[in-house]
Design a binder for this molecule. Structure first.
Ligand SMILES: O=C(O)CCC(=O)C(=O)O
Length: 288
């Protein structure tokens, strides 16, 4: 059953992003938030990134300056492995249906994470294109960002550059270093063209895998937490290891297996797997 209007499909094709209201039922939102609050509480007793993911890296990432009084938990890798509530949202719901409509019908799970900006934490995400972190045989990839809090202009909303998914694949290496962000001149263009993606808790934003996006620090006294789940068409196969691997990678969430591979012409540099807990350490290298 189609869940998107013709206008929504047209907007996604033209602009590479889409806002979805009421993507999470209220009870589901409460479950996700209760679990996240428990993770924040737990983080108070840690001074360094902790926990273990599939590939042996820390699962819980902390912003420099994190302390028990002002926790700055900024990333949880693969929460679907820890929580049935997160797993259920990854597997089904309005945004998964919309993803199948836009790049389906056959859809696989790619990876998931929670990105959080605690009040007063400096966490920011530099402009990048997700595909350049996870090269695939084609670009039929969608990132779904669920708003677990109200996202406002003040608390570091996602900022997207409409139409950039139809433009170049930008270099995410600078001076021989994988910085996971684009060069200064592209940042300047992105800043002038980006629009914020804001809305109440329970909404979601869908982004094309090539869309240029980033987000600023949280300047408010309210948290900004996103559950991010990424998908690919079943005939879109990875060309390099997943940066956020999990036992659920490759799970078919819609449609059927075809045993096909679709290759489209793209030229780009391989990325670099982070050695730390997340891409924040890689993006910090852009400042050096
Ligand atoms: O947390 C955000 O604002 C953006 C997240 C993002 O772009 C990412 O994790 O790739």
């Amino acid at each position: 059953m189609d869940v998107l209007t013709e206008a929504q499909v047209g907007q996604f094709e033209r602009e590479g992003w889409l806002f979805l209201a009421d993507a999470l039922p209220a009870a589901t939102l409460d479950d996700l938030n209760a679990q996240f609050e428990a993770w924040v509480e737990e983080s108070r007793s840690h001074g360094e990134p902790y926990g273990l993911t599939f590939d042996g890296r820390p699962r819980f990432d902390l912003e420099p300056g994190h302390n028990p009084a002002q926790p700055a938990l900024r990333r949880i890798a693969s929460p679907t492995e820890l929580s049935d509530a997160y797993l259920a949202v990854m597997r089904s719901g309005l945004a998964v249906d919309a993803t199948a409509e836009l790049i389906g019908p056959n859809i696989e799970f790619n990876h998931s994470k929670v990105n959080a900006k605690q009040p007063g934490a400096a966490t920011a995400v530099k402009f990048h294109q997700d595909l350049l972190f996870e090269l695939h045989t084609n670009d039929s990839m969608i990132t779904v960002l669920y708003f677990l809090d109200d996202v406002t202009l003040e608390n570091g909303p996602l900022e997207v550059v409409p139409g950039s998914h139809r433009g170049p694949l930008y270099e995410h290496w600078q001076n021989g270093v994988f910085t996971g962000t684009v060069g200064d001149e592209v940042v300047e263009m992105a800043r002038s063209e980006a629009i914020p993606c804001v809305g109440p808790a329970g909404s979601a934003c869908l982004m094309h895998g090539r869309l240029l996006h980033g987000s600023g620090p949280n300047l408010s006294n309210r948290p900004r937490t996103l559950f991010i789940s990424t998908y690919r068409s079943e005939d879109c196969h990875p060309l390099e290891p997943n940066h956020v691997p999990s036992e659920h990678e490759g799970d078919l969430v819609r449609g059927a297996r075809t045993n096909r591979v679709r290759c489209t012409a793209m030229e780009m540099a391989f990325s670099e797997i982070p050695t730390g807990a997340s891409f924040f350490d890689q993006q910090a290298k852009a400042e050096m």
